[in-house]
Design a binder for this molecule. Structure first.
Ligand code: SAM
Ligand code: GLN
Length: 281
């Protein structure tokens, strides 16, 4: 029996992946990554035969996809800001929206020759890594997480890109010392009550601690709003990502706890309120 062509392999796997409730588009994504083919190259090579090793790998990948595994965890990497980052089930797969948060921090701060920045809940290290590359080299970047396992992955990514970033194991500000010019975070913000309506692949694969923040999804922001002032220098600023239904709650929270801050909300490219910036007087 000969090995299948790319087209035959995809046609064979598609009904199984659909049947298992996984996403059929992940098949071509995985195969493209394994063969180092762009989506266009994959289309142009539909009649190319898979080699023995490629076919074996394909079978293993499809087995994992049909078990509900996310393609990024199957590969062991994901892309963020065009960079390939190691991801395991100890960290969240970085989301596209978060690139917009990073872009906002860069836009506001790239002309400042020096600064100290803290990224709380760094996960894979995605935010810190890109900021470390995009801001002037003199900036000092610290990346914290409550999860030791996540910090191990972040450290691996920082080393792979030769970025000097300090990692700190800390529950919010608990082990953080000093004051920062910029504090950035994409914290957990999903309501525990939303579990019922969430995508199964997110629920079964991604760490709960990266996603959930209490019954109303605001646990992290509530503590953050109460504590952040002590950790920001005068004129310092914080940048947070949030869920698109949370703007009004956050506005209330920050007006209450940080009445002297200038609070600005920003929408993502999909038009959802997604980021908030707070500037200390
Ligand atoms: N920054 C990464 C990104 O944007 O892809 C990961 C974001 S993930 C939504 C949230 C991260 O916050 C997780 O890595 C989780 O371990 C961490 N985390 C949750 N609660 C925390 C807390 N109280 N203090 C510090 N980190 C926390
Ligand atoms: N936006 C992510 C999701 O929808 C969650 C990230 C987060 O909670 N910060 O799965």
């Amino acid at each position: 029996m000969t090995n299948p062509t790319i087209k035959e392999a995809i046609d064979w796997a598609t009904p199984q992946v659909i049947e298992a409730g996984s996403y059929p588009e992940d098949i071509a994504f995985l195969l493209g990554e394994r063969l180092a083919f762009s989506p266009t190259q994959l289309k142009l090579n539909q009649e190319t035969l898979l080699s023995d090793t490629q076919y074996q790998q394909f079978n293993e990948d499809i087995k994992q996809l049909t078990r509900g595994q996310s393609p990024q965890y199957i590969l062991g990497y994901s892309y963020f800001y065009g960079k390939k980052l190691t991801v395991t089930s100890d960290v969240l797969i970085p989301r596209y929206e978060t690139e917009e948060l990073v872009a906002l921090v860069v836009e506001d701060n790239q002309s400042k020759a020096f600064g100290q920045l803290l990224d709380i809940g760094t996960g894979s290290g995605a935010i810190s890594l890109v900021l470390s590359e995009q801001l002037p080299a003199t900036w000092e970047i610290s990346a914290s997480d409550i999860s030791k396992a996540a910090l191990t992955i972040a450290q691996k990514n920082f080393e792979a890109y030769h970025q000097k970033i300090t990692t700190i194991e800390s529950d919010l500000f608990h082990n953080i010392n000093g004051q920062f010019d910029v504090i950035v975070s994409n914290p957990p913000y999903i309501k525990t009550t939303e579990k019922a309506v969430m995508d199964e692949s997110v629920l079964s694969n991604e760490p709960d601690i990266a996603l959930f923040a209490g019954e109303d999804g605001l646990d992290f922001y509530r503590q953050f709003a109460q504590q952040v002032d002590a950790y920001l220098k005068p004129q310092g600023s914080f940048y947070l990502e949030f869920g698109y239904t949370q703007k009004d709650d956050l506005q209330e929270l920050f007006e209450y706890y940080l009445p002297n801050y200038t609070i600005l909300f920003k929408e993502d490219l999909a038009g959802h309120p997604r980021m908030v910036k707070g500037v200390k007087a």
